[in-house]
Design a protein around this ligand. Structure first.
Ligand code: DC
Length: 219
């Protein structure tokens, strides 16, 4: 059973890459951002303050896999709220077992699937959730390129938002994710860095495969 840890900045392409790699290798895939988004959605829907660490952690403790299927989780509002509740140590602690369990036993909740490994993508996978992952990737791209990608995605969902606001929110999100005390976003010491600024998704996918194949061959 192999584990691939993918971390990176907002809209760097890590989610798309993780899904494509999971299909390629026959691995199960967990987008851990969705976990934080699902907790944020629960907080927003129940009018729980995003600052209230204890109450948000209680909501996190009730999380199930089916909470991740909610299409509303993709929205910019929920993403920003997710980044806010993700600063709380109590919330992160409540979500730890869920993620570690997925990495260890990815087929547990999916009947009839025999996965050969797991891919988790997020902000602290290589550093905290799966420090012993077989391969670690850190994906990044220039802020303006990421903001363009995210702007097209949001307008594709029908959100009415201008590029400048997307860029400002992205810079704020990067700052919060990278500077929080608990599990800040940073590359793990042994992560392979992949800059997708000038790479379309297919080229990034090919590069990731060559890194992963080389590492898995050598272990
Ligand atoms: O990847 P995303 O945009 O869906 O993530 C939403 C927020 O959730 C992100 O800004 C920070 C938080 N997050 C985190 O702290 N740790 C993770 N492993 C994944 C996401």
């Amino acid at each position: 059973m192999s584990v691939i840890a993918i971390d990176g900045t907002f809209a760097s392409g890590k989610g798309t890459l993780a899904r494509k790699l999971a299909a390629h290798y026959g691995f199960a895939c967990l987008d851990t951002g969705k976990i934080y988004r699902a907790v944020a959605a629960k907080a927003l829907n129940s009018h729980t303050s995003l600052e209230d660490a204890k109450a948000c952690a209680q909501l996190a403790a009730t999380l199930t896999l089916s909470d991740l299927d909610n299409p509303e989780l993709k929205s910019g509002t929920i993403g920003a709220a997710a980044s806010k509740i993700a600063v709380h140590a109590e919330v992160r602690k409540a979500l730890l077992a869920f993620q570690k369990d997925f990495a260890k036993n990815p087929g547990k909740n999916v009947k009839g699937k025999n996965f050969k490994g797991a891919i988790l993508d997020g902000r602290d996978i290589g550093t905290v959730i799966c420090p012993d992952a077989d391969v670690k990737l850190y994906i990044d791209a220039a802020p303006d390129v990421r903001a363009q990608r995210r702007h097209s995605e949001l307008t594709g969902y029908g959100e009415d938002i201008i590029y400048e606001d997307v860029l400002a929110q992205l810079i704020e999100r990067d700052h919060r994710d990278m500077n929080r005390t608990e599990a800040p976003l940073k590359p793990a010491a042994n992560a392979h860095l992949l800059d997708t600024t000038n790479l379309a998704i297919d080229a990034a996918f090919e590069m990731a495969i060559s890194i992963i194949d080389a590492v898995l061959r050598s272990t």
